[in-house]
Design a protein around this ligand. Structure first.
Ligand code: NAD
Length: 366
């Protein structure tokens, strides 16, 4: 198969996954079989997101159990073991992580390290025969994303990207509008996600180009992903501008980014992202009305409304718990995950094109 047709196949699979996710009738929790053993999850990387969000969310899941840790910081281990009752046999370093292949306690390795290291550890996980849950953004390049997808396919393990918004009920309603078109044909989209962050320590990976820092990688995947699931199609071109306000802080990476995505049928998405300014909304303007989410990405409280007065105000007890339960059920049922690797790949293609557009000052066809 040519590289192009294999890429088309991969992107089609991604859209099929997104369509499944958007289907209002798809509720994996409803088809769960009670009484089955739980999915054993090992967190790879014990930084902010693992410590403050995922570990506690795992305690709220129905189908997962935090059973293992992979860390380069042994001093963190006793407290994690005490808090979550993790057995000594399930503690690994990055160097010993491949030995998880022999450990039946662990079903999933959840990759929560800096983005520039996702491919390295996702490959070790897949080659150990374990399912891979990979945080966003999936990786640094299209090539790395394809390598992760290839390793998971080769080893017959599942791959899910940590786009928690696609598990969030109001976001899923918006995703379903892409095909049901209750407000007519889509005309344009505005998608913005950013926060007014302080200056990170100079050695923080979020300032490193190689490790995946910068607004476009770290936060830009939210508006890009939102533009794609709102359009329900893949963009054909991108024009982008990357900016740095605090030049003494952001020496290698962008602080804000502005993208115009052109979708088939003339639909335009204006996307913005920043780690220096607060912004958080998604709006779709259509021929017969509009709908919007504000905030469009948050750990809780995502809500919205439509031009006909419909409130998008469903709640979910814990987004990460929902995400991990959805992904655990996909493992139990051997069914497609809601957010496959192809979703991460599609966004990274756009990010790479946005960097080329910024460098050339020109529109880049995809
Ligand atoms: P963090 O800096 O707090 O933690 C990163 C962890 O990776 C640390 O434990 C660190 O020790 C470890 N690490 C291993 N090798 C490293 C190296 N060479 N350099 C630096 N750290 C190294 O970062 P975080 O905020 O937890 O982010 C981790 C991943 O999770 C990123 O991919 C990020 O995009 C993602 N994330 C996702 C969400 C979400 O809402 N889905 C939120 C925050 C972070």
């Amino acid at each position: 198969m040519s590289q192009l047709s294999s890429r088309r196949r991969i992107l089609k699979q991604g859209l099929m996954g997104a369509a499944l996710a958007a289907s209002p009738s798809y509720n994996p929790l409803a088809i769960a079989k009670p009484g089955r053993r739980k999915i054993g999850v090992a967190l790879v990387g014990l930084g902010y997101y693992s410590r403050d969000l995922l570990a506690s969310a795992l305690q709220l899941t129905q189908y997962c159990e935090l059973r293992g840790l992979v860390t380069g910081s042994p001093e963190k281990v006793p407290q994690w073991q005490q808090e979550y009752g993790i057995a000594d046999r399930n503690i690994y370093s990055y160097e010993t992580m491949h030995q998880v292949a022999d450990n039946p306690d662990i079903d999933v390795l959840y990759i929560v390290v800096p983005t520039g290291l996702h491919e390295k550890y996702a490959l070790i996980a897949a080659n150990a025969g374990k399912h891979v849950w990979c945080e966003k953004p999936m990786a640094m390049t299209e090539k790395e994303c394809l390598s992760i997808i290839g390793a998971c396919n080769k080893n017959g393990v599942q791959l899910a990207v940590g786009y928690r918004m696609q598990h969030e009920p109001n976001t899923r309603t918006v995703m379903s509008y892409a095909s049901s078109q209750p407000y007519g044909k889509l005309k344009n989209i505005i998608a913005k996600a950013g926060y007014a962050g302080g200056a990170p320590n100079p050695d923080n990976w979020r300032l490193s180009r190689k490790l995946g820092g910068g607004a476009l990688y770290d936060m830009g995947v939210y508006p890009i992903n939102a533009a794609r699931y709102t359009a329900g199609s893949e963009p054909v071109a991108v024009t982008a501008r990357l900016e740095v306000e605090r030049k003494n802080v952001f020496k290698e990476v962008d602080e804000s980014a502005y993208l115009t995505l052109e979708f088939p049928g003339g639909v335009i998405a204006e996307c913005a992202t920043s780690v220096g300014q607060n912004m958080n909304m998604l709006r779709a303007n259509c021929t017969k009305g509009w709908y919007e989410l504000e905030p469009m990405q948050a750990y809780s409280g995502v809500k919205g409304r439509t031009s006909s007065g419909v409130l998008l105000d469903k709640t979910v007890a814990n987004q990460q718990a929902r995400q991990m339960d959805d992904d655990a059920l996909a493992i139990f049922h051997k069914s497609p995950v809601l957010v496959p690797g192809e979703e991460g790949l599609a966004d990274i293609r756009i990010i790479e094109a946005a960097h080329r557009s910024n460098a050339s000052g020109k529109r880049v066809a995809l």
